[in-house]
Design a protein around this ligand. Sequence first.
Ligand code: NAD
Ligand code: ZN
Ligand code: ZN
Length: 367
Amino acid sequence: MAAATNGMCASPAEEHLRKAIGWAAMDPSGVLSPFNFSRRTNGDDDITLKILYCGICHSDLHTIKNEWGITKYPVVPGHEIVGVVTEVGKNVTKVKTGDKAGIGCVVGSCGSCENCKQDLENYCPKIIFTYGSVYHDGTRTYGGYSNMIVVNEHFVIRFPENMPLDKSAPLLCAGITVYSPMKTFGLNEPGKHLGVVGLGGLGHVAVKFGKAFGMKVTVISSSPNKEKEAIEMLGADAFLLSSNPEKMQAAMGTMDGIINTVSAVHQLMPLIFLLKTHGKMILVGAPEKPLELPVFPLIMAGRILAGSCIGGLKDTQEMIDFAGKHNITADIELIKMDYVNEAIERLAKADVRYRFVIDVANSLSAA
Ligand SMILES: NC(=O)c1ccc[n+]([C@@H]2O[C@H](COP(=O)([O-])OP(=O)(O)OC[C@H]3O[C@@H](n4cnc5c(N)ncnc54)[C@H](O)[C@@H]3O)[C@@H](O)[C@H]2O)c1
Ligand SMILES: [Zn+2]
Ligand SMILES: [Zn+2]
């Protein structure tokens, strides 16, 4: 329950009873700085997580700079959260104190709509995101660039023992965001040809899942210097430089599906042409402006264009278990909390291989 109930709007530091610290952006400059706030006490269905690691997703960048025009400040970003359970409510069965656990992009949903009933909490009209949403009690949600978090157990993910927590944190957004559409749209079948556009945080794990599913994977990128690492380090079968018209032409009509993770406005036409008849391109990248939609290349081969938003909790657990079994983790650069602003600027320039992860527990100290 919120600490202040007299109708006055309490400050973030006082609205709940438990003190918390984190880093927040206060305005569209997106610059993060130390921030004192508070978390609710652990309810009967809640768990409290001491945060160990948190990945930096490009959505954090879009949000802190208000690129989507919907940000409410202050915002504590971070939705690739792993940590250790420090408290469980009396109804909790999923985890126990001392367990390693994760929290992704969603911390609440209505639980009773058509989507929630089909384990698609990610499409619930009343979805509550891990940061920047309003929780059931009327207070704002704050994310994982912080020392601890309290969450209803439904939204907690268990981690197999063998998984390194720092490298696994990015799976909670980047991983599920590519795994879920691959499963939903049948782009997980051995022998099928998958294209991955944009080799960043999402893209590089899409390559790894594609290979684990037994697919042929081609990376389509605008950066020639990513060719060697895509093939030698990530295991892609082929690399297409999007600025090379001959190569793009030669690859026309060869792909069963494409996962498009590009974070900025770009041309869809050359990508759609890569698809076979009835091939599907799934847009997961979320540029701040609309993309131009060329209709003829869709019509002429019955091609399909779709979008996808993260994934439900059941699929997220399945994805983590699959990743544990196939040793899939993210390639990361582990950073300290006070490096976060530099990391965000580097992320904006695609200067990271392939995900920044904040070593929260070892580097976040009281402001
Ligand atoms: N749909 C969802 O549920 C969901 C979930 C997570 C992230 N996202 C979005 O997906 C996008 C990617 O996220 P990320 O964390 O992987 O980001 P990232 O920065 O790690 O990767 C983005 C990649 O796109 C490439 N890129 C940027 N501009 C490009 C251009 N004009 N042409 C070609 N390539 C270009 C970059 O080089 C980089 O490799 C972001 O927009 C993010 O907000 C969506
Ligand atoms: Zn994300
Ligand atoms: Zn719902």
